[in-house]
Structures are given as C-alpha cells and as structure tokens.
Ligand binder design. Structure first.
Ligand code: MCA
Ligand code: AMP
Length: 509
C-alpha cells in the first residue's frame, strides 16, 4: 500500500482539525495538509517525474519540507532527504550517485548548487525557504506549486516499491544510499505505534531534524499513523522544548537533547507533568543520564535502537522495566540474533555481532549490489556492525561497534571519509580520526595527524580547510599533530591507544 494512503486512512473524520502547530503559533489542518500535498504532487507529476524517480531535498526544517516528503509518497516518487549541513563535495556526490529528476534546496545555497545541478544535468531545480522567513516555505517550489492542478488521490504503490533513499556513510569512506520501501516504512511505523501505546489524545513534541530516520520516520510517521497531533519546532532548543512540554504527551530525542534538558536548572517533574513518554535513541545514552532524568522528573526514558538501513530494531518496554544502559527487546516482527565470528549464535551474556531480519530491513543499497550482498548473511540477516549481548531475561545491550564510526550528537561520522580528506591536504603524511568523550555531544570528532617532513598546516588552518568541505558536525573539534601514529605488528593504526591518550580532551575542564 502507498504509505501516504495509510496515513490518510488514519486522519480524523473532521479534517478541519489541526494536525500541527509551530513554535510561532502557525497551525496546519488536515485539510491544508491534503490540499498542499495534492498541489506538490501535481507539480511533481507535471515536471514529468514518474514512480521510481528520485526527488532530492536539502532544505531547512519547515512545515513545507514535511509536506514535500508526504507529496513524494503521494506521487509515488522516491524521497531523498539530505542534511542541510552538507557542503559542495558531499552534495555533488549524492546528486551524481542518485541522479534525481528534481532537486529542491535552500535559496541561500543557489550560488554553489546551481553549477552542480547544471554539470550533472539535473532536470529541475527549485528553492524552498526556511520556516522562520516571513512567508514560510516560500521559494520557487511553492510559487510553481500554487499554479499547478492538484493531484487527485495518490499513485498506487506496492509493498516492494521504493519510498525513500537515505544516504549513510560507510567504513570505506563512500556513502551508500539505503533503499527503503513502502513496506519497510509502514511496517516499522505500525510496530512503533503499537509498541509505544499511541492514543488519539497524544501530542508529539517534534524537535528533531527531518532529514534522518529519527525525526522523519520514527517521530513523524508514528504521529501521522496516530492521526496527529504535533507541536513542531524547527530545531531543538532546551528552553523552547520545556515551554512546549506543557501541551505535549510524547517527546523523542537523541541523548544530547536529554543532557541539555538536564542542564536547565528549571527543568523538573512539574515541567513534565503532562508527558507520558520520553524516547531516546540514535546514540548510546549514558546510564547516568537515565538515572539523573528519573531522579529529576520521575520519568524513565525509553531507549530504543535502530539504523537507517533497518528502522527501529529493539525497544525498551512501554509497560515493565525500562532498563538504563540497554536497548530493550526485539520489536514485534523483527528477528534479532547475536552471532559469533564463526556464524553460530551467542549464548546468554556472550558478546557478538547484532544481526537483524524483518519487513523493516532495507531492500539494498542504491546501485551497489556487491555492497548489498556483503552486508547480508547467507540466510538473509542484515549485519548491523554493532556488537551486543542478550541478558538472561532478554534485554539487549550494545557494547561496541565492529564498524569504525563516531556518533556525535546523534549524527554519524565515518572516520575514513575525513581521513581521506586530511591525507589529501598538502603537508599531511597520514591521519587517524577518532571519537572522544564529549559532555554535550556524547562523542566528538578529533584528528591525529602526521605532517610531511615536519612542515605544513597547523590545527586552525586544517580545521578551516575541512569546514569548507564537510558538514560542520563532521569537522574535527581538535587536531593533534604528532610525529608518528601508533601501529600494531600488522602495521594497523591503533586507534584504541589514541582514544586512551586523548580521552580527557573535552571532559577535563
Ligand atoms: C552541531 N554541531 C555539532 C553537532 N551539531 N557538532 C558535533 N556534533 C553534532 N551533532 C556544531 C556545529 O558544527 C557548530 O559548530 C556548533 O555545534 C553549533 O551548531 P548548531 O547548529 O547551533 O548546533 P545545535 O543546533 O545546538 O545542534 C546540536 C544538536 C543537533 C541539537 C544536538 O546536532 C541535533 O539535532 N542532532 C540530532 C541528530 C539526529 O537527528 N540524529 C538522528 C539520526 P561551529 O560553531 O564550530 O560551526 S537517525 C539515526 O541515528 C538512527 C536511525 C536512529 O537510531 O535514530
Ligand atoms: P544511522 O547510520 O544514523 O542509522 O545510525 C545507526 C547506528 O546508530 C547504529 O548502528 C548504532 O551504532 C547507533 N545507535 C542507534 N540507536 C542506538 C542506541 N540506542 N544505543 C546505541 N547506539 C545506537
């Protein structure tokens, strides 16, 4: 079934009711949602985009950006959201790889985006403004859509048809487009909606970005299935979130959101009196955060675990013990196993590779059949790259990663991508990029570099050079210059030693 049609089937009978309200007091009714997505879908069709074509979008979070996602589902095209922090070379790669028919971007980026689109022969390029602008959502996308005949109904799609492609970086430094079908998204949203006990009176406080799985599929799809309603903030701001909690029943965030809430001295049980559920994921939550939150508010944060490729895999229970430091149980319909190196299944409390199978798991990586085959076992389980164990009473804990990955403030950073850029800089002989404990972001990116012949760029210049080429959250917050990188007998850089050596960099103040 087309996922948009599934959402629509859950909308209230009285479609003049509001679906969302923003922090600036703007509201959007179900009627308006229907009419605008019909016009957007009409524009998509009138541009000649057919089911399966990609529509790439790199804009700031706004009501209109959310409606554009829904319009893509409605028109049967493949939605391809891109983090608004991505820079020229990152966007060039994604557009070149995904070859979208339409690209919608922020007006402020036109100078560097227009030449990329021209060189890649992207047929249609439009702009969409940020929510904070006076005419929210206005840009030439909205102006063109206003004159377009609205689409009636929706384009039928079957379970296996693609709904979205989301790029995730890889340990080889080359990003892969995870192909997600209508079934992948609908099955996971239906599962979460049930598992987290959504009721008609729920109100979701949405403060997450809309270009990654957490904000787009976990939060938004679930509340759409619930037939609304949502308080919509364009970014996470702890004080604004606390103020909005008076009217919300459910909140979802990455661990950094919770540490920032706890850093507000005014944040207490009274602020959360209206809420029934706090959900955390995308990165490990420290046990201290879990217990401090419980002590301060009386709420036990429900931690869950997932991936771009799989949607949500496990969750702590809604009813029953939510255990800090664990990610709970496999979600209904999702098979999870802990495999040892030899392929056998681990015993209780034995650490192994987390593997997953179910209707939530991606259909493959865009135009990378070999990479897709590598990431699945012979019996069809997806290899997450996370290491974990199952306790005697069934709780799963993530204890590490077999993939070289840093998660900073909920965003994934693959060291290889940054090391390749560093190694290409004049005067750098080699580099190692690591994640170090950080009080705000959980982990922060740092680089250790060896200069060629002792000469070349210093830390500020290296950081400035990387800032021009990389999304800001990937840029190392510190660069250490050393004479040699520690290596083992096989010649492999020993990142563990570097992580130990620089462990106190961000925490010792
Ligand atoms: C911003 N900065 C960061 C990050 N965000 N540095 C490291 N890590 C970050 N995550 C830097 C900027 O480069 C800038 O540095 C400075 O911090 C201030 O930027 P600003 O934009 O003002 O920061 P912010 O608005 O306070 O953002 C921090 C944030 C945000 C609220 C934690 O990063 C965020 O919303 N993260 C959520 C990510 C997310 O949705 N992840 C889900 C992925 P400078 O001044 O030097 O330029 S989905 C997923 O992982 C799976 C599927 C799952 O399980 O959910
Ligand atoms: P992404 O590539 O953005 O989909 O990130 C997926 C990765 O985030 C997973 O493979 C895990 O390493 C990590 N992750 C997500 N949720 C959690 C969690 N609750 N605890 C620990 N790691 C998590």
């Amino acid at each position: 079934m087309n996922l948009f049609a599934l959402f629509q089937s859950r909308f209230p009978t009285d479609t003049s009711l509001p679906f969302l309200e923003t922090e600036t007091g703007r509201s959007l009714t179900f009627d308006e949602l229907d009419q605008t997505t019909a016009r957007y879908a009409g524009l998509i069709q009138s541009l000649g985009a057919v089911p399966g074509d990609r529509v790439a979008v790199q804009v700031e979070k706004s009501v209109e950006s959310m409606l554009l996602y829904l319009a893509c589902l409605r028109a049967g095209v493949v939605y391809l959201p891109l983090n608004s922090a991505y820079r020229e070379s990152e966007i060039g790669y994604f557009l070149g790889d995904a070859t979208p028919t339409i690209f919608v971007h922020a007006p402020k980026d036109t100078d560097w985006i227009a030449p990329i689109c021209q060189s890649l022969n992207i047929a249609h390029r439009f702009t969409m403004d940020a929510e904070s602008k006076v005419q929210a959502g206005r840009g030439d996308w909205d102006i063109n859509a206003a004159n377009c005949p609205p689409m009636k109904g929706f384009v039928p799609r079957s379970d296996d048809d693609l709904a979205a492609i989301l790029y995730t970086s890889g340990t080889t430094g080359r990003s892969k487009g995870a192909m997600l079908t209508h079934l992948n998204l609908s099955s996971n949203a239906l599962t979460l909606h049930r598992a987290w006990g959504f009721q008609p009176e729920d109100v979701l406080l949405h403060t997450l970005p809309l270009f990654h799985v957490h904000g787009l599929f976990v939060a938004l799809n679930t509340i759409l299935l619930n037939g609304g309603r949502m308080i919509f903030h364009t970014r996470f701001d702890a004080q604004a979130a606390i103020a909005a909690m008076k009217r919300a029943t459910v909140f979802m965030g990455v661990p950094t959101y919770y540490t920032r809430l706890l850093a507000e001295s005014s944040f207490d049980a009274a602020c959360c009196a209206h809420l029934r559920l706090f959900v955390s994921g995308s990165a490990p939550m420290l046990a201290e955060t879990f217990s401090e939150f419980a002590a301060r508010t009386g709420h036990h944060i429900l931690e869950r675990y997932g991936m771009t490729e799989t949607g949500m895999i496990t969750s702590n229970p809604l009813h029953g013990e939510r255990r800090g430091g664990t990610v709970g149980f496999p979600l209904p319909g999702v098979a999870v196993r802990i495999a040892l190196d030899d392929g056998t299944v681990a015993k209780t409390n034995e650490i192994g590779h987390i593997q997953v199978k179910g209707p939530n798991v991606l259909s493959g990586y865009w135009q990378m059949p070999d990479k897709t085959a590598e990431e699945f076992t012979a019996d069809g389980f997806f290899k997450t790259g996370d290491m974990g164990l199952v306790s005697a009473d069934g709780y799963i804990s993530i204890v590490g990663r077999s993939k070289d990955l840093v998660i900073s403030g909920g965003y994934n950073v693959y060291p290889k991508e940054i090391e390749m850029l560093l190694d290409g800089l004049d005067g750098i002989a080699e580099s190692a990029v690591i994640g170090l404990p950080h009080p705000d972001f959980g982990e922060a990116v740092a680089a250790v570099v060896v200069k060629k012949n002792g000469a070349g760029l210093e830390e500020p210049a290296i950081i400035a050079t990387l800032k021009a080429q990389l999304a800001n959250f990937k840029v190392p917050k510190r660069v250490f210059v050393v004479d040699d990188l520690p290596r083992n007998a096989m010649g492999k850089v020993q990142k563990k030693l570097l992580r130990e050596q620089y462990a106190a960099t961000f925490t010792s103040k």
